[in-house]
Ligand binder design. Structure first.
Ligand SMILES: Nc1ncnc2c1ncn2[C@@H]1O[C@H](COP(=O)(O)OP(=O)(O)OP(=O)(O)O)[C@@H](O)[C@H]1O
Length: 326
């Protein structure tokens, strides 16, 4: 792809932390086009923060190439920093200043006039819903309020490329919605390229043009939300049993009678991924009936990103299990 300004380009990126010999990122490649809203979706410890920290020049990779806005993060980190805004999970807030003071200060650092600083601060306080707390010192803010202030600080200078590491983790739905709306506007109206990491499927689904699912340091799937959903079939037959044993029995029975069945079990729940849910439902019910297995509930659902995530990561676990156990 063309490395035009505003893009992120990552090739064969790996990071091993010497401490504990943790392979946090393993041969990850992806690119983000100018103006694209791209999300890294993954559970705790998947390697999202590590990737963001490398791409934003905060830590160095063990291997691989990374370019941001045509600049090489290894040889020209300063050039990269000039083009980006970063909101990380750890905040850099001075506890003795009020939220408003911090924001106005940041505006002044970026060369805004006093008047511009005031109006930009008001606008951002609104976006992150800190208007009421604006004149209290940050040292007394809750964790969620600090995160919101930190996000507002990142947004001050409207960077062309914005990195957000789990910007809404721990926030309540109203705060989250307000931030989503603003990020959407920033992306659509200002053409800001956004790279966001999240544990929330709904967040990636709502905001991102394209999503990479990252699990245990590896990208396991990439696509638009629609493409990811299409990967796993049209319907899911979702079953719940009284306990893990019953679900296990059901899995075995269905596999025996329907050898091509695509099944994922989590505890007492069993999902079957199918193209035609209503038709296959009858077959499943017959198998369960024949084997005298009681099902608590059985539904045909359309897949959500949540289901995709569970299925893809379950496949990863299965593969790892096979490798580990020979
Ligand atoms: N400085 C470090 N030294 C050693 N190991 C680290 C360090 N930073 C991260 N790790 C490990 O690397 C792996 C990936 O961590 P990372 O923070 O990138 O995951 P994440 O996807 O951002 O998770 P979360 O959603 O919890 O923030 C984890 O196993 C973590 O413990």
């Amino acid at each position: 792809m063309d490395m035009v300004k505003g893009t992120i380009y990552v090739e064969h990126l790996s990071k091993t932390f010497k401490k504990g010999n943790v392979k946090a990122v393993k041969d990850v490649s992806f690119s983000v086009e100018e103006g694209e809203f791209f999300a890294f979706l993954g559970p705790n410890g998947a390697g999202k923060s590590t990737t963001v920290q490398i791409v934003t020049t905060l830590i160095s990779p063990s291997a691989g190439k990374v370019y941001v806005a045509e600049q090489d993060v290894l040889t020209n980190p300063k050039g990269v920093r000039e083009h980006i805004g970063v909101a990380l999970q750890e905040t850099g807030i001075d506890p003795s200043l009020t939220g408003r003071e911090m924001l106005e200060l940041q505006c002044r650092i970026f060369g805004f006039t006093k008047q511009e600083s005031k109006s930009r601060t008001d606008e951002l306080l609104e976006v992150v819903q800190l208007v009421e707390a604006a004149d209290r010192i940050c040292g007394n803010y809750s964790g969620g309020m600090r995160r919101r202030l930190d996000l507002a600080l990142t947004l001050v200078n409207k960077p062309k490329i914005l990195f957000l590491d789990e910007p809404t983790t721990g926030l309540d739905p109203s705060n989250r919605k307000s931030i989503w709306d603003y990020l959407e506007r920033l992306n659509k109206e200002e053409g800001t390229t956004i790279f966001l990491t999240t544990q929330y499927l709904e967040e990636a689904d709502t905001l991102a043009d394209r999503i990479s699912i990252i699990d245990d340091g590896e990208i396991v799937a990439t696509g638009t939300p629609q493409e990811l959903k299409a990967q796993i079939g049209n319907d899911i037959i979702a079953m719940t049993f009284a306990g893990d044993n019953e679900a296990n029995e059901a899995e075995k029975a269905i596999k025996h009678h329907m050898p091509d069945a695509d099944l994922v079990r989590r505890a007492a729940e069993l999902n079957m991924y199918v193209q035609d849910g209503t038709k296959r439902l009858m077959e499943v019910v017959r198998v369960l009936d024949q084997e005298e297995i009681t099902v608590q509930s059985i539904n045909v659902n359309s897949p959500t990103l949540d289901d995709i995530f569970l299925k893809i990561t379950a496949e990863g676990e299965k593969k790892r299990g096979e490798v580990e156990h020979g």
